[in-house]
Ligand binder design. Structure first.
Ligand SMILES: CC(C)(COP(=O)(O)OP(=O)(O)OC[C@H]1O[C@@H](n2cnc3c(N)ncnc32)[C@H](O)[C@@H]1OP(=O)(O)O)[C@@H](O)C(=O)NCCC(=O)NCCS
Length: 148
């Protein structure tokens, strides 16, 4: 299993991974409309455009993508592990990888706009709630932070 930077050739598979995970894992906490909005955001064209301003990383095993995480400045974003591969420490590895990457780039505090779904996961990894908010695009989210 390796963690590496996203390549343009990953785009179709990455888009499917994000959309599949949102539909399966986040649909228990979010409305149909919110899930649809997120799926619309994770289309290949958008991802290719975003890569110019966002660091996107993927976990790959035997050339299959299993998960992803992005860093926008000092904010963790778009973290997904395929439903059938969740609970195998892939998410924790991604977080550790990004924390090291951020540190090397002089970042000392990370933030995340956690989904309700992933809140317990980030807590386990040392992230603390700063406030709960309502995002007009998807609904309830929880801002969290960690000193690294
Ligand atoms: C959140 C997510 C990335 C976690 O990835 P993962 O590979 O399943 O996580 P791990 O296996 O590394 O879990 C690490 C620890 O957190 C715990 N954990 C994982 N998800 C959890 C959750 N939703 N609530 C509480 N604890 C959780 C695990 O049990 C594990 O604990 P342990 O070390 O005591 O065994 C994954 O479940 C996911 O893709 N969720 C849906 C998408 C999403 O909401 N992403 C976040 C957007 S902000």
């Amino acid at each position: 299993m390796i963690i590496r930077k996203f390549l343009q050739s990953d785009v179709t598979e990455l888009s499917e991974l994000m959309r599949k995970t949102v539909m399966k894992s986040n649909s228990k906490d979010y409305s149909k409309k919110a899930v649809q909005r997120l799926c619309d955001e994770y289309v290949p064209e958008r991802l290719l455009k975003d890569v110019r301003r966002i660091d996107i990383f993927v976990v790959s095993e035997k050339s299959k993508l299993l998960g992803t995480i992005s860093l926008v400045g000092n904010r963790i974003s778009r973290m997904f592990v395929l439903p059938e591969f969740q609970g195998k420490e892939i998410g924790s590895r991604l977080i550790k990888y990004v924390e090291q990457f951020a540190k090397k780039n002089g970042i000392t505090n990370l933030r995340v706009r956690s989904s309700l779904t992933a809140y317990g996961f980030y807590q386990k990894l040392g992230y603390q709630k700063t406030r709960r908010a309502s995002n007009k695009f998807v609904g309830p989210i929880i801002w969290m932070k960690k000193k690294i």
